[in-house]
Ligand binder design. Structure first.
Ligand SMILES: NC(=O)N[C@@H](CC(=O)O)C(=O)O
Ligand SMILES: [Zn+2]
Ligand SMILES: [Zn+2]
Length: 361
């Protein structure tokens, strides 16, 4: 990373140059919604790991390739060139995923990971796994063999476990036994939200990484309730208390290659967020790298942004690092109140608020 500071204070560069970042956890949806959001991600990122939690979920290589073609068609409609953005596809693990589906996925060269949603844990997870170490064993063995990472939504769903403890309990009940049974399996602990997860990933043996969202770096759970219930800050795993946010920042800026960028940008129509039973998910694709830059800047660690955003994820997935540079400019701008989303709108996270960094077009 290079910085220059001709006019700004010595410790606040006016411009920041980093290799084009990648998003290792993204929801692009389908149909009109896909067309509305794909351009935002493609403007910022070289590649993105695309989540398979459509309705119905993307469980086969054939479905993943068809979804990829729909993403490229939607991208073409935005006028962004096809070679500017590469969607990296994933499969949704079920109790019935056969080992040969993993072999097909790997051979396609287009499917880069398999996603574990514990049944009922989050948006569109009804078809998720109920018996990981039992019924999923053949698929997990095949993944371990071909080097295909397992991406994990790490929350237990038992109704007797407090919502805020679901990630911590998942580590002991699922993550540790899983990694003991499949020690060579590459695992990404997705969208970590607790000190427990950050420390587990930092200290564990074997091939493990974690994605961290911009919102979990910038906000604690107070954000959900300032002046009233604020549904646009509601996502899963839910924001946690300040000590956890601090541990996530510490992990992200530590320079450890185990922690990398994953926005978990998860658009929902405005009316389904501002609702008696509002959907989980924050929309950050529009302003993702700017939110991360703000978080790293607040920590005084802008020099660690490039590794986290542009290098470590590619290394973990065994993909080449991107080569082109992008420029972030220290310049205030206001996040729009809402954006078109098919027949309706989507409200970006922190709508109406001001951001100190702006990605140059
Ligand atoms: N993060 C969220 O709150 N929601 C995601 C699902 C997920 O990543 O768990 C979604 O698809 O809307
Ligand atoms: Zn999730
Ligand atoms: Zn997600």
């Amino acid at each position: 990373m290079e910085t220059s500071s001709p006019s700004a204070a010595a410790d606040t560069p006016a411009r920041l140059y980093i290799l084009r970042p990648d998003d290792w956890h993204l929801h692009l949806r389908d149909g009109d919604a896909l067309e509305a959001v794909v351009g935002h991600t493609a403007r910022q990122f070289a590649r993105a790991i695309v989540m398979p939690n459509l309705r119905p979920p993307v469980t086969t290589t054939e479905q993943a390739l068809a979804y990829r073609a729909r993403i490229m068609a939607a991208l073409a409609k935005t006028g962004i060139a096809a070679d500017r953005f590469t969607p990296l596809m994933t499969l949704y693990l079920t109790d019935n995923t056969p080992a040969d589906e993993i072999v097909r996925a790997h051979a396609s060269g287009m499917v880069h990971a398999v996603k574990l949603y514990p049944a009922g844990a989050t948006t569109n997870s009804d078809a998720g796994v109920t018996d990981l170490l039992g019924r999923c064993a053949p698929a997990l063995q095949a993944m371990e063999k071909v080097g295909m990472p397992l991406l994990v939504h790490g929350e237990v769903t038992d109704s007797d476990i407090d919502l805020f403890d679901r990630e911590k309990v998942f580590i002991d009940r699922v993550m540790i036994p899983l990694r003991k049974a499949f020690p060579g399996l590459k695992v990404v602990f997705e969208h970590i939200t607790t000190a427990d997860a950050a420390h587990y990933v930092r200290d564990a043996e074997g091939p493990i990484g974690a994605t961290i969202t911009a919102h979990h770096l910038l906000y604690n759970r107070n954000a959900l309730f300032i002046g009233g219930v604020r549904p646009h800050w509601y996502c899963l795993p839910v924001l946690k208390r300040e000590t956890h946010r601090q541990a996530l920042v510490e992990a992200a800026v530590s320079g450890s290659p185990r922690f990398f960028l994953g926005t978990d940008s998860a658009p929902h129509a405005r009316g389904l967020k501002e609702h008696a039973c509002g959907c989980a998910g924050c929309y950050t694709a529009l302003h993702a790298i700017e939110l991360y830059a703000q978080a790293f800047d607040l920590a005084g660690k802008l020099d660690k942004l490039e590794g986290f955003a542009s290098l470590f994820g590619a290394d973990f997935y065994g993909l080449p690092r991107s080569t082109e540079k992008v420029t972030l400019v220290r310049e205030d701008w206001t996040i729009p109140a809402e954006l078109p989303y098919g027949a309706t709108t989507v409200v970006p996270l922190a709508a109406g608020e001001s951001l100190p960094w702006r990605l140059e077009a």
